[in-house]
Design a protein around this ligand. Structure first.
Ligand code: ACO
Ligand code: ZN
Length: 472
């Protein structure tokens, strides 16, 4: 949208930058933002779509002029001068008593990749009595940063989008109605314009079972009268309690998978292929009741991945986030990988929330292997603990942890480094778990977490012929 609005003698154009009021987790502060677009609301008010510089695009939003500090306006370099500091609006804004809170400081954690560790057959040992590292494994995401600091750092890490033209995309849908939930969207998704309109303040109505989308509630209601779908298409490969996983083939269940990708794009800003679903399998998690199997989240997986990715995209619908489903999806993806007799890693780049969830899963899984009481049997039947020399020290290699968990040696090493659990002692690298790690592990074990029940998985890895993998 091309626009140049004159407000109080100040011209607001795309590319102009100024301080805009932002509220995160109840904290209000001003932050530099770039104007991307403008719209007229139904009430005739002008709103501006702004991107907060260095913040994740998820935090972009429509704001009225009352949230802008016009005195700080800077026009794009070739547009001449911006508003002067003496602009009349300066005083008005100054009087509202706003406080600029500085976002949390972030410091880069050292990222020491020790490739030699992966290659060397060096053994790692674990000591439960070492209290030298005071690191909280449950609340520390990386190198001594608290989860809040890490999140802040990631949030400020900017957009994950690889394509420049995507960066400028303005969110086109404000919210979706999905089952009983009205959900605020995060990013642009290429729904047809006749469904989402052009102003960006629309609601899209989605059938929670077949994922077809409509521009009005009436259209959805008419559809629901005819729709016979009460669960995802494809094979139910897992059922435990009231949760199921369904395996869908992007080639066979194309429409559903495309619609699923359209939804997931609303909450992911680095996905660019929505229609090319053929190369992927989709694993959909549902919660089942007498009214049907309700979508909670999913992950997609390449049918053949040269890079050994075991997850392409992963999503928990926002209304179900922070309840452990993301972790369940991740655990399930590794369960499949172990059944395949291999190891895998999620496709990069990870989003901020993706990284948090994976770090949490990786660290807890690795610690649980190290803390395992029973002699651990690896996939090939080899016992790892035969070198136990006392209660707290034993030898185990990163490769063995990898075999037991399906997590790649690289991800294991990075996780241990982020936990600050790798030490160099008496000429060899060792893993040292502090008392804190161990206490946190015990605490997490007591949490009533949803876990994958491997007995409930009825699945053999699908095999595709060369011609099935030739996607046209
Ligand atoms: N703030 C702080 N911690 C968080 C947050 C958050 N907003 N969200 C998740 N976490 C942490 C949790 O604390 C938890 O750790 P814990 O078990 O040690 O407490 C861990 O991450 C997992 O939490 P879950 O409740 O299991 O995860 P959730 O169901 O919320 O799903 C997911 C996580 C899938 C990443 C979700 O946030 C999401 O769908 N985000 C949008 C899409 C996205 O970014 N996907 C990943 C892209 S990368 C890729 O696709 C390969
Ligand atoms: Zn339907």
């Amino acid at each position: 949208m091309d626009f140049a609005l004159e407000t109080d003698g100040v011209i607001l154009k795309p590319g102009a930058k100024l301080q805009v009021q932002k509220c995160i987790d109840g904290n209000e502060f001003y932050h530099r933002a770039e104007i991307m677009s403008a719209r007229q609301t139904e009430g005739g008010q002008t709103e501006y779509y702004v991107h907060f510089i260095d913040f994740n695009k998820r935090l972009d939003e429509w704001v009225p002029i009352s949230r802008m500090d016009l005195s700080s306006l800077e026009l794009p370099a070739n547009e001449g001068k911006g508003a002067t500091a003496n602009h009349p609006s300066n005083k008005t804004k100054g009087q509202v008593g706003r406080k600029r809170k500085r976002p949390l400081k972030n410091e880069d954690s050292p990222n020491k990749t020790k490739k030699d560790l992966l290659k060397s057959p060096s053994l790692a040992s674990i000591s439960s009595s070492d209290a030298a590292v005071s690191i909280d494994a449950s609340s520390v995401a990386s190198g001594g940063m608290s989860k809040a600091q890490e999140l802040e750092k990631l949030r400020r890490g900017g957009s994950m989008t690889q394509r420049l033209e995507e960066v400028s995309r303005v969110k086109n849908i404000d919210r979706i109605e999905f089952g009983h939930h009205l959900v605020q969207t995060w990013y642009f998704s290429p729904y047809p314009q006749e469904i989402c309109g052009t102003t960006g303040d629309s609601t899209v109505y989605i059938c929670e079972f077949c994922l077809f989308y409509f521009g009005s509630r009436q259209q959805l209601a008419r559809h629901r009268e005819k729709c016979t779908c009460f669960h995802p298409p494809g094979n139910e490969i897992y059922r435990s309690g009231n949760h199921s996983f369904w395996e869908l083939d992007g080639h066979r269940q194309k429409t559903y998978c495309r619609n699923l990708c359209l939804i997931s794009k609303l909450f992911l800003d680095h996905k660019t292929l929505f229609y090319d679903v053929d190369p992927f399998l989709f694993y959909v998690l549902t919660e089942n009741d007498e009214t049907g199997c309700h979508l909670l989240g999913y992950f997609s997986k390449e049918k053949e991945s040269a890079e050994h990715y075991n997850v392409a995209c992963i999503l928990t619908l926002p209304q179900h986030q922070r309840k452990g489903y993301g972790r369940l999806l991740i655990e399930f993806s590794y369960e499949l990988t172990r059944r395949e007799g291999t190891t895998g890693s999620p496709e990069k780049p990870l989003s901020d929330l993706g990284l948090l969830s994976y770090r949490s899963y990786w660290s807890e899984t690795i610690v649980s292997v190290l803390m395992s009481d029973a002699p651990y049997l690896w996939n090939d039947g080899e016992e790892a603990r035969r070198d136990i020399t006392d209660d707290t020290r034993y030898t185990i290699s990163i490769d063995q942890i990898s075999k037991a968990t399906g997590i790649t040696p690289e991800d294991i090493l990075h996780t241990l480094q982020a936990m600050e659990a790798i030490r160099y002692r008496r000429g060899q690298h060792i893993i040292v778990l502090s008392d804190k790690h161990i206490n946190d592990f015990e605490k997490n074990r007591k949490k009533n977490r949803l876990k994958v029940d491997s007995k409930a998985l009825q699945w053999t890895p699908p095999v595709f012929t060369a011609s099935q993998l030739r996607f046209l």
